[in-house]
Design a protein. Sequence first.
Length: 532
Amino acid sequence: MTSGRVNPNFRLEDQGIEGLGNVYYNLMEPALVQEALSRGEGSLGKGGAFLVTTGKCTGRSPKDKHVVKTASVADTIWWENNAEMSAEGFDALYADMVEHMKGRDYFVQDLVGGADPVHAINVRMVTELAWHSLFIRHLLRRPDREDLDDFTSDFTIINCPSFQADPKKHNCRSETVIALNFDRKLILIGGTEYAGENKKSVFTLLNYLLPEKGIMPMHCSANHAKGNPVDTAVFFGLSGTGKTTLSADPDRVLIGDDEHGWASNGTFNFEGGCYAKTINLNPEAEPEIYATTEKFGTVIENMTFDPESFDLNFDDDSLTANMRCAYPLHYISNASESARGGHPKNIIMLTCDAFSVLPPIARLTPAQAMYHFLSGFTSKVAGTERGVTEPEPTFSTCFGAPFMPRRPEVYGNLLREKIAAHGATCWLVNTGWTGGAYGTGSRMPIKATRALLTAALDGSLANAEFRKDPNFGFDVPVAAPGVAEVLLDPRRTWDDKAAYDTQAEKLVQMFSDNFEQYLPYIDEDVKAAAIS
């Protein structure tokens, strides 16, 4: 039995997926919440939010992500960063997954990745869980209902958490698997209920497809000045660095919180919603995001709550520090209706420095920007990936290595070309620790970060007095309105100045060691910006 609106000539049977139970096509939010409740997948929270837990996988499983090595992609995939899977292993995985699916109910959402229709891709998402269908309906872009009548997909993603892969038979690492086959235009996900794998699979697709068209895919949030889309800013950063929080500025228009493209006509969001971390979410500091946690259909992932009142506990990380909420973009009052902006006027690279060495903001030259973009230094925040329980310093090239199927230089050169063509100003912003490393110091005050970003985006910070950072060579403001001067000089925030010097020397060496891998691929001016 099938239900819901769908292209009558594009059902799962037409894609070779047969023998299923009920198939629900393109159900809208109320029906999906009803289905999820009736199947015991979660609980109805305050305001109609849907509360779920994801079992053993409370974060992404990057080591279980594979790309099928076929002739068409063998020379263009960054294999040092993307685990191979044989075509034979994928075929066996697909056959076994489809067999496992027989007799079971499935939910289908026909959606779009990309707010620019010229560069968008159509994606069919097939999920075993009704709440996964609700989640991806929030996170991707929804076609008009009448457009579903002739919708066909460019890629199909099948997510079956109850299926467990066989590493020997399926040429993968464990029972959890995310397998991407460009030739068959299929992505298979099994053995994990963590919903973030769905959206990141689409991001990975676009990260491979768009550079061929001269479009820069970016792991970033974006906003623009009210009434002025030309004044666009993008915020690069890994999970936990503040992309969602800092882009949701009530004085600016939100384009999107996580994934964007930079094309010849400007910036566009890949998604239709937001996926925000909720640990320690504060109604005063982040009122718009906080309010979504009590709105109908918002998916609340891995949060504890009072069993009688259903009040959420934003401070309890007993399930995971990576607790999140997923909601449609229009739940943010200042969100852009078009999800598009101009060419970035300011580029902010966010880092969470657990060493407490980097200043809260620094201005970068174009060569320094490419250096820090390729370095992608940050600290993995607890819970974002399986096994991460406290901040771990890491270098994730392009601020998103797990989602980059091509070599880093492809993205770095695209970024550099676009900075040169459009004259963007680049900033490095540290949202990590101050006054001492993790365990001794404290997190950078969000009020200070917001004040510095406001000054950078309105142009006033460019007129400040700057000093050269002795460790990294970039420009650091000496003073800024609303920010304690001591905060702008990390060394001054440490009680033990000698300990800071030791920590800085250690971090400089880590940067230098990491960057050696890129030296054969970059120009001399970027090499000059590298630390030796």
